[in-house]
Design a protein around this ligand. Structure first.
Ligand code: IUR
Length: 437
């Protein structure tokens, strides 16, 4: 007789725990069609309502990994970085070539835009010719030869996640800590990462607006990765406002270019990139002087050169980086009063940015000129909207709240946890230098 899915659903529904063998059987039964989507959806809702403890999350993660192929690490000490999703989050594009230039190979598997958040793959593909659909073999060769690659997840890795994620999306069961952790970690492990740095975003532009939830997810990601034999660090970082200044696929690629070649380096993006980059270097066994090495690779141009080589290997047309430029049509969102920026609805700006790109292509979007806490004069531009959508500047204006006094400062990094003391020490050292509103 096959696996009794009805019993497993009822057990979870009534608050029971499912063991490792049951999770293996559940995922296998769903994959082969013995358990249908209705049953899996019911089980997901039971998991959402009852929660998954650490042992169950680990068992589910293992079962999901076993649903597909597992890649060998493309290179020794290879690292990967994961962001839970934010607005104006260009960190991956700039960190990957810097860390590679420091001598730690980065094999980064990225996702597409989800909800109001941008996807690293879409930003890369805004650069003419760049492809992200690398086969696992080509991905590994590029990491060995150039030191870094950013590619889409292969269909052959964790196929169970694809089906379960689609069901979670349709049944309002996405935001379950155990299910999120299993989904993320299973893909990182199957892709061969030896060490992983997780950036868990919290705030108006993140999936988790509540610090306790974000902190619990960070801890769960680290514990889960460690239980599967991987070194891991997780930081909970601020997403109350866009990370960089640009929002929109091509504008973010442009920001990454200018950041790496030194033309324009936003302080907030630099501070977070340096912290995450240092954590990646530590995780890859190069924690000593990580911050100074990071700075040196930026200053010497070595990081920019690595960025160009990575993109060229992924099909970039000659001169494509130089040709990146904002849409010709633009309109400012001007302040109607003087004061200080008290809040920014980063989620609203993220949604607007996606809409502008959908309407006018990858060079449309938004550039933010004012940060939370900045002083503003009447008529000064808070942001500029690029593209032909007439209401864009007015909608960008709505996302800013101005007040008579500046709000209290917030940290850029709220919480940090690591699977071992080496990684923890280095990231904490870099964090102490952050003096960002
Ligand atoms: N990214 C994932 O890979 N899985 C999830 O569940 C979420 C984001 I939320």
């Amino acid at each position: 007789m096959g696996f009794d899915m009805r019993r497993a659903i009822a057990h979870k529904r009534d608050g029971g725990r499912l063991g490792a063998e049951e999770w293996q059987a559940i995922v296998a039964a769903h994959q082969c069609g013995e358990a249908d989507d209705a049953q899996m959806a019911a089980l997901l809702m039971a998991c959402f309502l009852r929660g998954l403890d650490v042992a169950e999350t680990a068992a589910l993660t293992r079962a999901m990994i076993d649903s597909g192929e597992t890649l060998e690490p493309p290179a020794p000490n290879c690292v990967d970085k994961h962001s839970s999703g934010g607005v104006g989050d260009t960190a991956s594009l700039v960190i990957v070539p810097i860390v590679a230039a420091c001598g730690v190979p980065v094999a980064k598997l990225s996702g597409r835009a989800l909800g109001h958040t941008g996807g690293t793959l879409d930003k890369l593909e805004a650069i003419e010719g760049v492809r992200t659909d690398l086969s696992p073999e080509r991905f590994a060769t590029q990491v060995r030869e150039i030191g870094c690659a950013i590619a889409a997840q292969s269909e052959r890795l964790v196929p169970a996640d694809k089906r379960m994620y689609a069901l979670r999306d349709r049944t309002s069961t996405v935001q379950s800590l155990g299910l999120v952790a299993a989904s993320i970690v299973s893909k990182k492990i199957a892709a061969g990462a030896q060490a992983i740095v997780y950036d868990v975003k919290v705030g108006s532009g993140a999936f988790f607006a509540n610090l306790d939830d974000a902190r619990e997810l960070a801890q769960r990601l680290v514990d889960l990765s460690a239980s599967l034999g991987r070194r891991a660090v997780a930081l909970v970082t601020d997403m109350e406002e866009p990370l960089g200044t640009s929002i929109g696929t091509g504008l973010e690629a442009l920001e990454a270019r200018d950041f790496l070649n030194g033309e324009r380096r936003d302080a907030r993006l630099l501070a977070l990139a340096r912290t995450l980059g240092s954590a990646l270097l530590a995780a890859g066994g190069r924690g000593e002087n990580a911050g100074a090495n990071f700075d040196a690779m930026l200053a010497s141009g070595a990081a920019y050169e690595r960025f160009e080589r990575m993109l060229a290997a992924q099909g970039m047309r000659p001169g494509a980086l130089e040709r990146l430029a904002p849409h010709a049509q633009s309109a400012p969102a001007n302040a109607g009063r003087e004061g200080f920026v008290a809040a920014i609805d980063a989620g609203a700006l993220g949604r607007l940015g996606r809409e502008l790109v959908d309407a006018d292509g990858s060079n449309a979007g938004l550039i933010v000129h004012k940060r939370i806490g900045d002083a503003v004069r009447v008529g000064e531009a808070l942001a500029t909207a690029y593209g032909s959508v007439a209401s864009a500047a007015a909608r960008a204006f709505q996302a800013f709240t101005l007040d008579d006094a500046p709000p209290p400062k917030r940290p850029l990094v709220y919480f940090e946890t690591a699977s071992d003391s080496d990684a923890r020490g280095t990231a904490a050292g870099a964090r102490s230098t952050l003096e960002i509103r």
